[in-house]
Design a protein around this ligand. Structure first.
Ligand SMILES: [Zn+2]
Length: 189
């Protein structure tokens, strides 16, 4: 190959082979066709509108909201690691923990505590993973809007099988999970 820019003339006189002759020739690679990924790539991986800003404008049932506070609210993760995987978000569209106000931090913390108690009472949760991914590079799916994960864990849950197999068995529908957690949530304090 020349180092210069591509020119069709470079290939003048080269033998032409039908691609059909290659179609069944195996190589070392498996191919997973993922055209749906193109939408993700073309939009920069972010939905056009922020789902954590839109959710509070909808009904609890539609947005899978479990509880609403004054500065923050709790909703089910649409893509749960486990049944009852909750997200605690400020209403304000702010990306980073150190940009949240003292009032937001305080309510996110208290809602997280309540989420633990409700999950323990309603679902017999044995343990929790709690945390925030800050920035896309750190794994935040919706990096632009702060959210704290509260992931319930059971001794008998699937552990890291989903990470290896890319598959998650979820025994409960999201609407049913929301209803049972909302019913177990204490009145606004
Ligand atoms: Zn937002």
């Amino acid at each position: 190959m020349s180092g210069g820019p591509y020119s069709p003339d470079e290939f003048a006189g080269a033998p032409i082979e039908s691609s059909a002759d290659f179609a069944a020739v195996p190589d070392a690679f498996q191919r997973l066709w993922t055209p749906h990924r193109m939408v993700y790539i073309e939009t920069g991986g972010q939905p056009e509108e922020c789902p954590f800003c839109i959710a509070p404008t909808k009904s609890d049932e539609e947005a899978l909201i479990v509880a609403r506070g004054e500065h923050a609210y709790v909703l089910l993760n649409l893509f749960p690691y486990n049944s009852g995987h909750l997200l605690v978000c400020p209403y304000r569209h702010v990306p980073l923990y150190d940009e949240a106000t003292a009032e937001e931090i305080d309510e996110i913390a208290r809602l997280t505590q309540t989420a633990m108690r409700v999950l323990r009472t309603v679902a017999g949760t044995d343990g929790f993973n709690i945390g925030m991914n800050q920035g896309r590079i750190a794994g935040a799916g919706i990096a632009a809007h702060l959210h704290q994960h509260v992931v319930p864990r059971w001794a008998t849950d699937a552990n890291f099988f989903p990470i290896i197999a890319g598959t998650k068995a979820l025994p409960q529908l999201l609407g049913d999970v929301r209803a049972s957690l909302a019913a177990g949530w204490p009145g606004v304090d």
